[in-house]
Write a protein that binds this ligand. Structure first.
Ligand SMILES: Nc1ncnc2c1ncn2[C@@H]1O[C@H](COP(=O)(O)OP(=O)(O)OP(=O)(O)O)[C@@H](O)[C@H]1O
Length: 255
């Protein structure tokens, strides 16, 4: 269980302090996928950076299985929008980097399965600059899954990809998740992506981010979901939640 309770994060800037998250609370049950969606600058990446142990010095309690965040103790996979691959390492070396940093040997059968499932087996000796965006993202996913993380953090992982590649990556991610059930926080700008990959959807307010609403997504895992009316209606529901805030901001600015 991941538990974030009353998280407030402030950044010091040259001319003052920016509050990125304010009294933010969320729980992620083991093996769940939470899609986090909110307007630009509402603190989504900040939340992931706190959970990854990159940012400290916050207010509130952030616990992974009852213990404070500690990347050396816990296994945390972070997948970024710009893939985070090391350009001087091959696909294979990048894929096993997480394990190497931990000083662990790989489970060969599992690793082969992941590389195969992600279609990377024929390009293990290539370097990142010899890959397409979708292929690079698959290497980043392989790296995180090979690590067998306790917690997977995905920060707009597919946003740089074209629509078709993006959809196939969403399906691939869900297929692998179904087998290994890693607890996942999936940050996205895309309402449709949140509805497709989120078993629960958490909508944030504009900056500083708090939880505006949480939706238990009854459509999660439905066959041909993208083509269904329900998908459209759920997307509209979330769009309305996000719009309300924009309208409130516009109104406040005109008064
Ligand atoms: N290192 C930093 N120093 C100062 N302010 C920062 C820093 N990082 C983020 N911020 C500010 O904190 C707020 C939250 O930023 P964050 O990147 O977490 O939002 P986000 O929801 O991920 O944004 P986006 O959707 O645009 O990627 C923003 O106002 C941002 O300008």
């Amino acid at each position: 269980m991941i538990s974030v309770e009353g998280l407030t994060v402030r950044y010091g800037t040259g001319n003052g302090i920016v509050e990125a998250l304010s009294d933010f609370s969320i729980k992620v049950a083991d093996g769940d996928i939470i899609a986090v969606i909110g307007p630009s600058g509402c603190g989504k990446s900040t939340l992931l950076h706190v959970l990854a142990g990159i940012i400290g010095g916050y207010e509130g309690a952030v616990l992974i299985n009852g213990r404070p965040v500690n990347p050396t103790e816990q296994r945390i996979g972070l997948i970024l929008q710009d893939y985070g691959l090391l350009p001087w390492k091959t696909v294979y070396e990048n894929a096993v980097l997480g394990l190497k940093i931990k000083g662990e040997a790989s489970d060969k059968t599992y690793m082969k399965y992941i590389l195969d499932r992600l279609g990377l087996v024929d390009m293990l000796d290539r370097y990142p600059n010899q890959l397409s965006g979708g292929q690079r993202q698959r290497v980043a996913i392989a790296r995180s899954f090979i690590l067998k993380p306790d917690l997977l953090l995905m920060d707009e992982p597919f946003s740089a990809l074209d629509e078709i590649t993006r959809e196939s990556m969403q399906d691939l991610f869900l297929d692998i998740w179904r087998q290994y059930r890693v607890s996942t926080l999936f940050v996205t700008h895309s309402i449709e992506e949140a509805v497709y990959v989120g078993r629960r959807i958490v909508v944030l307010t504009p900056s500083p981010g708090r939880v505006k609403g949480e939706i238990e997504n009854p459509l999660f895992g439905m066959n041909d979901l993208r083509l269904s009316d329900d998908f459209y209606h759920m997307s509209m529901r979330i769009r309305r939640m996000l719009r309300e805030d924009e309208e409130n901001i516009d109104e406040a600015q005109t008064h």
